[in-house]
Design a protein around this ligand. Structure first.
Ligand code: MF3
Ligand code: CO
Length: 273
């Protein structure tokens, strides 16, 4: 069953999504080699609770942490741990909140130091594919149109692996609502999109093959070939001619640019010229 949100409800959801953006930006400012991901997770929990919200991932189907922090070949659902980040790592930080009963759920992948040109390209293409998917999140289209756009940009144009086992989703009073939003598929297939539908669109793209496995902890998803994987996620509301992006990468990108320990496309251009 798909649940369409009123304009008023969409504004409530924007607040939830933007709290996640703000949390991600705050975390981005603190990332550096030597920091362990459990301390990042603790800071995330504190920041969310300080803003009158609840970390929604904690206890979700028994998930034991505030956030998912996925390093290198971990695709998603990585457990925060005492292990320290090091130069050349990439790290996806995925955060969910409940604010006044409404969910926000979005994610960003950061580069700690220079992971090399090929990995920076994977990051760039995955982020681009998210926006190409969002362009298709308009009334009258179907989830398969979003899926096709993402797959086209990542798999067909760049030869990357699109993860099949995990998908984007509807979002609202629950973390996972209908419809499912795969990152692969046929144009014109899947659920029809109508105004007021809020979606979490989240490409999970592998440098190598698409295959993944889940560790014995029941959560950690890794690439089978051990190559890196990138994850970006936005919350968007379907509208007539253009989707309304409720979350916001601008504060995160600002923090990323200002943090000398983080590598970005711009910093890459600056060092190679
Ligand atoms: N953003 C992910 C999702 O949409 C993470 C949720 S898994 C959780 O499915 F258990 F950590 F909540
Ligand atoms: Co999600």
């Amino acid at each position: 069953m798909m649940i369409y949100k009123t304009d008023e409800q969409v504004e409530m959801m924007r607040k939830s999504a933007l709290l996640v953006s703000k949390t991600l930006a705050t975390i981005a400012a603190t990332l550096k080699p030597g920091i362990d991901t459990l301390s990042i997770d603790k800071a995330i929990g504190t920041f969310i609770r300080d803003h009158q919200a609840i970390p929604s991932f904690l206890h979700y189907k028994g998930y034991p942490f505030n956030s998912c922090i996925s390093v290198n070949d971990v695709v998603v659902h990585g457990f925060p741990s005492k292990k320290e980040l090091k130069e050349g790592d990439i790290v996806s930080v995925d955060i969910g909140v409940i604010l006044d009963g409404w969910h926000g759920d979005h994610a960003y992948t950061f580069a700690i130091g220079d992971p090399g040109e090929a990995v920076m390209q994977l990051i760039r293409i995955t982020k681009e594919s998210l926006y190409k998917g969002i362009e298709k999140a308009v009334a009258g289209n179907r989830t398969g149109d979003i899926a096709f756009a993402i797959q086209e940009h990542t798999e067909k144009k760049n030869g990357y692996g699109v993860v099949r086992e995990l998908v984007g989703h509807g979002l609202g009073r629950s973390l996972h609502e209908d419809p499912q939003v795969p990152n692969y598929g046929k144009r014109g297939s899947g659920a029809k999109l109508k105004e007021g539908l809020v979606l979490a669109i989240e490409p999970m793209i592998n440098m190598g093959k698409k295959d993944v496995y889940t560790e014995d902890d029941g959560w950690t998803v890794r690439t089978l070939d051990g190559k890196p994987s990138v994850h970006f996620e936005h919350d968007v509301c379907v509208r007539k001619s253009k989707a309304d992006i409720l979350s916001d990468y601008r504060p995160i990108e600002k923090a990323e640019a200002d943090n000398p320990n983080l590598f970005t496309q711009n910093k890459m251009a600056a060092t190679s010229s």
